[in-house]
Ligand binder design. Structure first.
Ligand code: PBG
Length: 329
């Protein structure tokens, strides 16, 4: 049937019709809020390229966590800024490291399932050279890095992490982490792996936030080439075979096609990371008065969900939750 018999506008006439046939709905249940934790006392340091985001010292977390819980956001994703960096990133797997301290504090204050604490497992914030693994002869050595990542995952689990999120992109790290968690009795801790993580320039503001810019070279020898979709599917498949429970596609908006393919080809939960650059662009344009920030935020998150993501990791989580808690969007 064609015009004039069929008129799609009939069902768009007003909000009563629109809400009835709406195909995708965002929910607070899908959101994960990233947090940056630093040493010191009374620190709440603004991140200039990510307006509204801060580096928090552990003693400043209470208020923030209460707000997150009151907004009904189910999970946080923790990134740490260490006191000292070195060649092998030792603070990443030290029992008195920043994330380990933060986890002990959080788990003491908020019992699961009030707030789920997910931890990023990667060495880049902790190494003096800023790469995601151990550097040998000017290159990131895959196999030497695996042991460090597994040590880091275990120390997070011991300190109370509810889920482990490896973001380093070394080959074989999911299997290594799964095996080590199981051997240490943590067989119930799931792995949410950054399976399809692209070498993206949209991570720029994060590297200021986490102080993790590589001191030489770039991350192209371990993160994926943004040109590749079939390779992304192979990476996801590998991580599933190695025991990952949730698969992350990252970044989100430049990768809606990847999210969509991942959704149709795999039955596992898919998460999308709406990264720092995606956040910064909206904030900057809104500041200039060029975009309606709240609408662009909701439309972006909606499109990520529509593409097929079950979980959305986003710096907008609190702002979106404030809207979602009032109306269905
Ligand atoms: C650590 C890591 C990065 C991000 C998440 N985990 C940075 C990177 O890979 O360079 C980026 C997150 C963002 O941009 O919001 N490897």
């Amino acid at each position: 049937m064609f015009f004039p018999d069929y008129r799609p506008r009939r069902l768009r006439k007003n909000e009563s019709f629109r809400r009835m046939i709406r195909e995708t709905r965002l929910s607070v249940d899908n959101l994960v809020y990233p947090l940056f934790i630093t040493h010191g006392k009374k620190v709440k340091k603004p991140i200039s390229s990510m307006p509204g985001q801060f580096q928090f010292s552990v003693d400043q977390l209470s208020e923030e966590l209460e707000e997150i819980r009151n907004l009904n956001i189910p999970a946080i994703l923790l990134f740490g800024i260490p006191k000292r960096k070195n060649e092998v990133g030792s603070e990443a797997y030290s029992s008195s490291g920043i994330i380990q301290e933060a986890l002990k504090f959080i788990k003491n204050k908020f019992q699961f399932p009030e707030i789920m604490a997910i931890t990023d497992v990667c060495l880049c914030e902790y190494t003096s050279h800023g790469h995601c693994g151990i550097v040998k002869d000017g290159e990131v050595d895959n196999d030497a890095t695996l042991e460090m990542l597994a040590k880091m995952a275990i120390s997070h689990a011991k300190a109370g992490a509810d889920m482990i999120a490896p973001s380093d992109m070394m080959d074989g790290r999911v299997a290594e982490i799964r095996e080590t968690l199981d051997e240490n009795g943590f067989y119930n801790i799931p792995i949410m792996s950054y399976a399809a993580k692209f070498a993206s320039s949209f991570y720029g503001p994060f590297r200021e936030a986490a102080d993790s810019t590589p001191k030489f070279g770039d991350r192209m020898s371990y993160q994926m080439d943004p040109a590749n979709v079939r390779e992304a599917l192979r990476e996801i498949n590998l991580d599933i075979e190695e025991g990952a429970d949730v698969l992350i596609v990252k970044p989100a908006l430049p990768c809606l096609d990847i999210i969509s393919r991942a959704r149709s080809e795999f039955a596992h939960p898919i998460a999308a990371y709406n990264v720092s650059g995606e956040y910064a662009m909206v904030k900057a344009a809104a500041k200039m008065g060029w975009l309606d920030e709240k609408r662009v935020m909701m439309e972006s998150l909606l499109s990520i969900k529509r593409a097929g993501a079950d979980i959305i990791i986003t710096y907008f989580a609190k702002e979106a939750a404030k809207i979602l808690n009032k109306v269905s969007f």
